[in-house]
Design a protein around this ligand. Sequence first.
Ligand SMILES: [Zn+2]
Length: 460
Amino acid sequence: MELAQHSSKSRRVSEVTRTVVVRSAPLPRRAFKVFVELEGMYRNMVEQLVLYAVDNGITKFTRLKAEKYREVRSLYPQLPSHYAYTACQDAAERAHSFLRMKKMGRARKPYPEVRGVSIWLDDHLWRAEGLISISIATHRGRIDVSIEPTKHFLRYANRGWRLASEAKFKLDRGERRLVLYLTFRKEMSEYRPKDYITVDVNENAEAVLIDGLVYLLETGLSKVTLGYHYRRKSVQERYDNVYGPGSRPARKVFKRLSNNERALKKEIKWKLAALIVREAVKRQAAIVLERLGKETAKRMIEHIRNPQLRYRISQAAFNGVQQAIEEKAKEYGVPVIYVNPRNTSKVCPIHGTEIIYDGRNRHGVCSKGGETWHRDVVACYNLLLRALGGDGGSAPSRVRALVAVDGGPVPLGPTAAHEPTPIARGAWARWKSLGATSGGGKYEEKRLGTNGNPLSSHKV
Ligand SMILES: [Zn+2]
C-alpha cells in the first residue's frame, strides 16, 4: 500500500547526454593541411572574440554574436560561415569562465590564453555518414574523414542513442589524425519502482540498504582529499625553500597532483554510482537519497578544523557521489527520491524513540528497546521509512513499513546488533554486482542473520 505513493506521480522523462572521444584514421598529408589551415583561422577568430568579450564583460553568446559576428565573418570569407558562428559560442564560453575566475581572484593573466583549440562544429558543418565516416565542411569544400570506432562509441551507437548535432575536434599533428568529441543523446523514462535502495552519504563511505541489508561501501573520499592536501603542503615547503614562493616548478607539481586527485575521485564516484544503479535496475528499485543541506554538511565535517579542507571534503563527498548516482540513474530510468535528512541517525527505526550515542563510536542504544544500532544502519532505515511515508507514525506502522519492503518477517529483531557489512574500496570496485562475485558466501550468511538470528558482529 505504501509503495503506491510514488507511482501515482507522473513518470519523469529525462534527456541524458554523453560525450565520446573517437579518432579518425590517419589523414593524407593534403587533407590534414586543410585542417591545419582551418584551425589557424578558427583560432584567430576565437582569440579576437575572446579579447573583445573580456574587454566588454560579455559572457553571453547571443550578445557576442550580435556585436561581432559580421566582423569575424568578413575576416575569412572563404570559410563556411557557420565557423564564425561556432567561434562566437566557443569564445563566449571561454570569456564566461575567465571572467568568473577573475571575479574569484584566480585569474593569473589579464586575458585568457587561447592555447588548446578544439574546433566547434554545428549541424551545418558536419554530418555522420553511417558509423564509420563523417564529412566536415572546410574552406576547400567538404572532406570525408573515416573514423576508428571504439567499443565505447559502438556501445552508444548500437543502444538507441542518437548523435547530437554539436561536435568538436582537435588536431593530432604527430599522427595526422583528428580527435573527435561526439555527443550522444537519449531520452529515458523512469520505471515504476517496486522496491527501494537507500543511500546514506558519508565522508569516507556510502551506507547502502539493499534487500534488508546495509552495506558500507568504503570510498575513502575524505582520506584521498586529506592525503593530497598534505602532499601539496610538503611540496610547497620543499619548493619554496629552493625556488621561492609561487615558483613555476612548484606550480607544475601542483597541477599534476590535482589532476591525479581529480581522476581518482572521479573513478571512485562513477564506479560506485554504476554499482548502485545496476542493483537498482535489477530490482526495479528507486534510489532514495538525502536531500543535501547545511545540516548534512555540518555533520560530515564537524571534526575538521581547516576551512579549506572542510570545503573540499564536503564538496567531494556530496556533489560528487550524489551527482554521479543521479546521472547514472537517469541513463537507466531509475527513479531517484530525495528525502529530508533531518535526524535520520537519531531515531530508532523500530520504536521511534531516541537512540543514545556515547559519542566515542558509531554505535548507539535505543532508549526504549535497549537494542544496539550502528549509526549508518539507522540512517539507511530512516531514509527508507521517509521514502515510504511511514515515519512519524506509531511503532506498529513503522514495523509494517519495514516489512513492506520485502513482505518477509520482521527483518530487525529487537535484540540484534544492527551492523552494516563493511566492504573495502578495492573489493567493491571490482564487482559486477553486490556480493555476487567475491563476497558470495558472506552475502548469504548476512541474509540469514537478518531473518531472525541475531547478527554476529563479524567483519568482512
Ligand atoms: Zn528501538
